[in-house]
Each structure stands twice: as structure tokens, then as C-alpha cells.
Design a protein around this ligand. Structure first.
Ligand SMILES: [Zn+2]
Length: 435
């Protein structure tokens, strides 16, 4: 299929039948799932889903679908997929990724194996700053290729919506180039991409002696240009030790809001970021959350801000501690899961692997991990009206897994059992089913 026309190509209706377990994730209450609601998958057995025009048209039992007069009349024009009693669920919403980079960070990888810490590697010229030179020197086309490659790998593992951040340019020109590359790659991919401007990833070397001037540049030049050219929907800040302070984050959030952009932040990965000064800006999500305080957990339970946990980073950095998912869930904080796909701390495009880590290292139940990777991920991007559940009227984003029981998805770790991904009604990844 020619990549150029994917978004404009009118898709034929698609009918999935003989679904063993359809995880609808439907709910009567809007907003993110909290506490016990996170386990409710809304399972329909022997199910069918009809999609047309990029939307889900109907959801029900296979026998009812096959008796439906419209389906009977139009059957020849419909792409029919026999799911052979396997599991279908909403396509994953990966609400935290950094795909706009050029090279893997193999020197950092080996240094860490030899015992160096995250901050020690950054001090020695590795870390985020080492990816910056490559992005600044790369053509936009080269970046588009890298971002597109990441989106394809994600779709092959069941992801249909991706939040994609800039953040390895750290100059006006290279941040805009990164966001343009994300936009171009998004046009070539059938899934949905939400762009985030992360100029405040780390203070670049040339501003190290005067970080406030870099914050000025972000607020007075980068954000206005990003907003004017509609290159991002959110502004993100790495608010942690060695990156940006809460006060600097407040300035950046104010600039973002005055330009009509939503906000989100990396927090509590390395230290206890104070969250209360940031909550008044209603961030869509706070991500990482490893070192969140008791007081902030209680405050978050009263807000719509989603706590996005990225255990792939803990795994890859070889940390013993993982984000406190149980404490957050049991306190009523809405929790999402994401890959944090990036070259330094989490080079995985796989949501099923992240869900497996959530089960084994954070004591989340398989059902909780699935809701966190779908509907709550959609809430973290404020897309819950379109994404994250299988209901008539929502976007036709579905993933078919080789599994008789949904618990197999996080169970078979590091093994890709995704047979097919349907994104906005377009089949964009298929394994053995269509061979
Ligand atoms: Zn991140």
C-alpha cells in the first residue's frame, strides 16, 4: 500500500468475527479508571465488531452480526476476518514516547553494565546530550525515517495511538525539525499520533552556565513558534534533579497555556519533585512517579491528572525499585502504562512487554495492566472520547492477539503474539493470520 495516501484512502468495511474474548473496556462513567474500576474489561465472548469509515459501527455477538441485514447485503464488499476464537482488545495507547532520535546509545549501555549511574553517565557527556548532536546534524528526512520505523514497530505489537515527543534538538531549529519529522511520519502511518514539544528535556551544553536563559528561549521563542505552526498539542518538562526546577516548570507551563497548549511533565524519576505547585495547571499526566510522596498521592487522587508509569526504564536501567503502582491504584490515582520508548533508558516499542513488567514487578493484575495501556492511556492524552475502548462511534483501533485468554498477553513476555492491528479502520500490521 502506498504510504502517502494512507490517511485519505477510503477503507473498506472490516468485520471481525469469532472473537473468543472481546475486551471492550466500555464504561458508564467518563474519565480515567481508578481503584477497582481498573479491573473492569467489559468482556464479550463469541463477539464480532464491524468497522466502517475508520469508526467502530457495531459491537456484539458473532451470531447477531451474521444475521444483520446490512452485513448480509454488503458481505462481498466487507473485509471479513475470522479471529478463530482469539482475543481482541482496543489498540494500545502508548502515551509517552521519544522517537525523534538517530542512534542507539550503546556506549551508555556498556558503561551502565560496568556500574555507572544515570547521572554519572550524563556528567561524562553521555545521556540525553549525546543524542542531541546527532539530531542537530541530521536531515529532517533521516529523522522521518527513524520516527516512521518506530511507529511501524509499535503497530506490530498492537499499538494504534502514540504520543511522540521532540527533545533531542534543544535549539529552536532542531526542535522544530523534530516536530516536523514527527508530523510527516504521522501522515505516513495509519495510527494516530499526538505530538508533544519537549524542549525542556535537559539544559543544552551551551546554556549550562545560565539555564534561565534557556527557559527564556523556550518560553519566548520555541513555544510561540510551535503553537503558531500547530506542531504540538502538549508541552512537556523534565522536572527533576539535574533537569528543570518546579519554578522553571511553572514558567514553561504558563507560556504553554497562554498559547493554548496542554501540559504534562516527567516527574519523580530521580528525586521527589514537588507536584502541588504544578497541579493548578491541570497537567494531562505526570510521568515516571517513582519517588512520589504520600502527600502528593493523596492530592492526585482528587485530580484528573493521570500517573503514567514507564517500568521499561526501570528494567533497562537495572533498578531494583519500580514505580509504586499498587499504592497509586489503591489510593484512587488513575494510572496509565507507556513504553517511554527512547535511546537512553527504554529502547522498547512493546506495550505487551511493559504490561508484563507491570504485572511481575509492580503487582498490577493483567486486567489492570490492560486498562492502563488502553483507556487510561487515552485519558492521559485527553483522547478518551475517541480511543481506548471498543464502542460504537469510537475510532476503529483494534488489536488481535494469539491468545484464548487475555491474561496471556502479559504472560508470554518478550514474545510478539499480535496477529493483526487495525488503526483508524486500516489493517496496518498482520502476522501469520494473513500469510
Ligand atoms: Zn520520557
Amino acid at each position: 500500500m502506498a504510504a502517502k495516501n494512507l490517511k485519505t484512502k477510503r477503507s473498506r468495511p472490516v468485520l471481525l468475527i469469532n472473537i473468543g474474548q472481546l475486551l471492550t473496556l466500555r464504561s458508564s462513567s467518563p474519565g480515567p479508571r481508578r481503584g477497582p474500576e481498573l479491573k473492569e474489561l467489559g468482556i464479550i465472548e463469541d463477539a464480532a465488531v464491524l468497522c466502517h469509515g475508520g469508526k467502530i459501527v457495531s459491537v456484539g455477538k458473532t451470531k447477531d452480526a451474521l444475521r444483520d441485514p446490512w452485513i448480509k447485503q454488503n458481505r462481498k464488499g466487507i473485509i471479513e476476518i475470522d479471529c478463530e476464537r482469539h482475543v481482541v482488545l482496543p489498540g494500545f495507547v502508548d502515551s509517552h514516547t521519544h522517537p525523534a532520535f538517530i542512534n542507539p546509545r550503546l556506549v551508555d549501555f556498556e558503561k551502565r553494565i560496568a556500574g555507572a549511574g544515570y547521572e554519572e553517565i550524563a556528567e561524562a557527556g553521555g545521556g540525553i546530550r549525546s543524542s542531541v548532536d546527532a539530531v542537530r546534524g541530521a536531515s529532517k528526512l533521516k529523522l522521518v525515517g527513524k520516527v516512521s520505523g518506530a511507529f511501524s514497530q509499535m503497530a506490530a505489537q498492537g499499538t494504534t495511538t502514540v504520543e511522540a515527543k521532540s527533545g533531542y534538538g534543544l535549539s529552536v531549529e532542531s526542535e522544530l525539525k523534530s516536530l516536523e519529522a514527527i508530523r510527516q511520519a504521522a501522515k505516513q502511518w495509519p495510527g494516530t499520533v499526538v505530538s508533544t514539544f519537549l524542549g525542556a528535556h535537559v539544559v543544552p551544553s551551551e546554556f549550562r552556565k545560565n539555564p534561565e536563559r534557556y527557559v527564556d528561549l523556550i518560553c519566548s521563542q520555541m513555544i510561540p513558534q510551535v503553537a503558531k505552526r500547530k506542531l504540538a498539542e502538549f508541552v512537556d518538562v523534565f522536572t527533576d534533579r539535574g533537569a528543570f526546577t518546579a519554578e522553571q516548570t511553572v514558567r514553561i507551563f504558563q507560556a504553554a497555556q497562554s498559547h493554548g497548549l496542554g501540559v504534562r511533565a516527567h516527574v519523580c524519576q530521580l528525586s521527589e519533585t514537588p507536584l502541588q505547585p504544578l497541579l493548578q495547571y491541570e497537567p494531562a499526566s505526570f510521568d515516571h512517579m517513582d519517588c512520589v510522596t504520600e502527600a502528593d498521592v493523596a492530592a492526585l487522587a482528587e485530580h484528573q491528572t493521570v500517573a503514567t508509569l514507564v517500568p521499561g526504564a526501570n528494567y533497562f536501567l537495572g533498578l531494583e525499585k519500580f514505580p509504586p503502582a499498587r499504592k497509586l491504584i489503591d489510593s484512587g490515582v488513575p494510572v496509565a502504562l507507556a513504553t517511554d520508548f527512547n535511546p537512553g533508558s527504554s529502547p522498547t516499542p512493546s506495550m505487551p512487554f511493559v504490561m508484563s513488567l507491570a504485572c511481575t514487578h509492580m503487582k498490577m493484575l493483567p486486567a489492570e495492566a490492560i486498562a492502563a495501556a488502553t483507556i487510561n492511556g487515552a485519558c492521559a492524552l485527553r483522547l478518551q472520547n475517541r480511543k481506548g475502548s471498543v464502542e460504537a462511534g469510537k475510532d476503529a483501533d483494534l488489536a488481535l492477539f494469539e491468545a484464548r485468554d487475555y491474561r496471556e498477553i502479559p504472560y508470554w513476555f518478550a514474545s510478539n503474539r499480535c496477529l493483526l492491528t487495525l488503526a483508524n479502520g486500516i489493517i496496518c500490521s498482520a502476522g501469520k493470520l494473513l500469510h
